[in-house]
Design a protein around this ligand. Sequence first.
Ligand SMILES: [Fe+2]
Ligand SMILES: [Fe+2]
Length: 278
Amino acid sequence: MAQTFLSTPARPQTQRQNNWCLDQVIGPNHRIAPVYFQNALPLLTENFTRLLARDVFSEADAQFLYDWLLERGVSPTFRAMLERWLADELKHYQALRRCYHALAGVSYEEMDREAVRRAKQRDIEPIEDLLVDEFSILLLLAYDEIGSTYSYRRDLHEFYRHFGRAIAKVGQHLVRDEGQHFSNAAELILSLYPDRLKDVSATLTKFDIREKQLACTGSYHGTFFLDHAQEQARFPKDFNAITMQVIEARLGIASLPSQDKLKRLWQWKPEGYAFVPV
Ligand SMILES: [Fe+2]
Ligand SMILES: [Fe+2]
């Protein structure tokens, strides 16, 4: 019996993973029934296609970040979390490829070529100075994952749920997984770096400023982090301020934003748009 305990992987009790099987949710040759295209509101299919054309490859950036972090060196606890995190993100990559293929007919070979093209553009330099220590990296991960959670929540509402059960299910798992990633990163900060909680607010402000600067340059750096600003037209201006407060609340150093504010993150629409441009 003692061996059972010895073989149990070391992980904090608070680390959780949403387990789901990609093939059971959506197959590689999944087809969307024509009725969904016929019933789609104007621009829905086009905008979802544009969204996926970007999000597919953002998920693939996780492998680059994982490799970079391992080369840099991380603590064993963070490493254990990263293994599960990467498995989730690569599953997202495959899931979004299947959605993109089903929605727009883009072949997997074409997506492979695009992935190679984007990999050549990768440049961590624009954010490297933010990754100064493991605390900052974990906080940036939490910042990115909470942004992804609300972003996918919006996408689910606006796009994924309109193209049949399988595509909707993918969207639901994305929201759940990214929310869990956020929570796991926050838990590691609490357990490994409780003495750094005093630095959270100032560090988050740095991320926010850099993300806005990068959005102005419009350049793709393909490193997984800070890539939400490219779609800032879809979100209220205080998106970052609210998500930063969510992070601080999760870390026990602020109160949660009001439910009204949280809802606005995924229900807000700019003046004059029935559907929000991506
Ligand atoms: Fe993801
Ligand atoms: Fe994630």
